[in-house]
Design a protein around this ligand. Structure first.
Ligand SMILES: *Cc1c(COP(=O)(O)O)cnc(C)c1O
Length: 319
């Protein structure tokens, strides 16, 4: 379909979550293990990077540049891909850097990335400056967008839906954390390609539903065009639930703590405080509200993020 470097461990398994389902007395529950995509603790960005890295290589790039929060999973996997293919990597990070570096931030350093700290409201201008400097230094930079979310990156989840179809899981619902929108946009395009007829429900991690549905619709439309499909996606076609934003991005509250403990103790599955913990908290609450029919099957798409569990800011609150 599109150029792709093969380094993810695929297909990721689809597993049942029988003990969790029994404890919640809800629908049948499955999990798709994209926490096991293989690249430096894995996660959803690995699938996007298979396509982004091919594009970077074809452009003759020598240095990857990307941006995110100091505990960014996306930046960890980008730094890992750079190391794997012998490229340089510059990460532009915002937020308070932990001292000493821990969790994903430790891995950013360990994987050899150069780090430039900035403020959230200066991120765009800092990326521009870093890119221009790398270019004038002859380092052949390639910019990977925030979260790897452009049509190229979203191809990872177009392909993931084809993979799911081959696994014959056919869940009525797919539930997962949605943030920069590339995962959800790719899934929607992949669902059309594969003939998946269930529902794709993103649990928003950091934004009101209106902003996220607009972005996902636009990105899904662009991703379809990227593979020569004239499919228009409208915000009303996009299912997003923003009831679980809690205290805001990366603020771990009681619902996330409960979800992380339940998944660990019922299924030995490790969630993260920022993304999968929040989406799982949403899933648990929706099950308790009777949102799903008990005869339905719900697949929780585990998007990774586990290293964030080891950030010192969460320590002592999880146990
Ligand atoms: C980036 C990320 C997401 C969100 O994916 P988007 O494609 O940005 O919406 C979800 N879960 C984890 C663990 C992530 O790192």
């Amino acid at each position: 379909m599109k150029p792709r470097l093969l380094f993810a461990h695929l297909p990721t398994p689809v597993e049942a979550m029988p003990r969790l389902a029994a404890s919640l007395k809800g629908p049948k529950l499955l999990v798709k293990r994209d926490d096991q995509t293989g690249l430096a603790f894995g996660g959803n960005k690995t699938r996007k990077l298979e396509y982004l890295m091919a594009e970077a290589r074809d452009a003759g790039a020598e240095t990857l540049i990307s941006a995110g929060a100091v505990q960014s999973n996306h930046c960890r996997q980008t730094a890992a891909a750079a190391a794997r293919f012998g490229m340089g990597c510059i990460l532009v990070l915002f937020g308070e850097p932990p001292d000493p570096p821990d969790a994903n931030h430790l891995l950013h350093y360990l994987l050899g990335a150069e780090i430039v700290y900035t403020q959230r409201d200066e991120i765009e201008s800092t990326i521009d400056a870093v890119f221009e400097k790398a270019q004038s230094d002859g380092r052949k930079p390639y910019l990977i967008p925030y979260g790897g979310s452009n049509p190229t990156g979203a191809m990872g989840y177009v392909n993931a839906m084809l993979e799911l179809a081959e696994q014959k899981a056919e869940p009525d619902w797919i539930v997962f954390p949605s943030s920069s929108g590339g995962t959800q946009a790719g899934m929607l395009v992949g669902a059309r390609l594969s003939g998946y007829s269930g529902k794709i429900l993103g649990i928003s991690v950091d934004e009101p539903a209106e902003a996220l549905t607009n972005r996902v619709a636009e990105l899904a439309t662009q991703t379809a065009a990227f593979i020569d499909k004239d499919w228009g996606f409208e915000p009303r076609d996009i299912l997003v639930n923003d009831d679980y934003l809690g205290g805001g991005y990366a603020v771990m509250g009681e619902p996330e703590i409960e979800a992380i403990r339940l998944f660990a103790q019922m299924e030995a599955l490790l969630l993260d405080p920022v993304y999968t913990g929040r989406a799982a908290a949403g899933l648990i609450d929706l099950i308790r509200q009777g949102f799903f029919d008990p005869t339905e099957t719900v697949l929780f798409w585990h998007t990774g993020g586990g290293p964030a569990l080891f950030a010192s800011k969460y320590q002592g609150r999880l146990i």
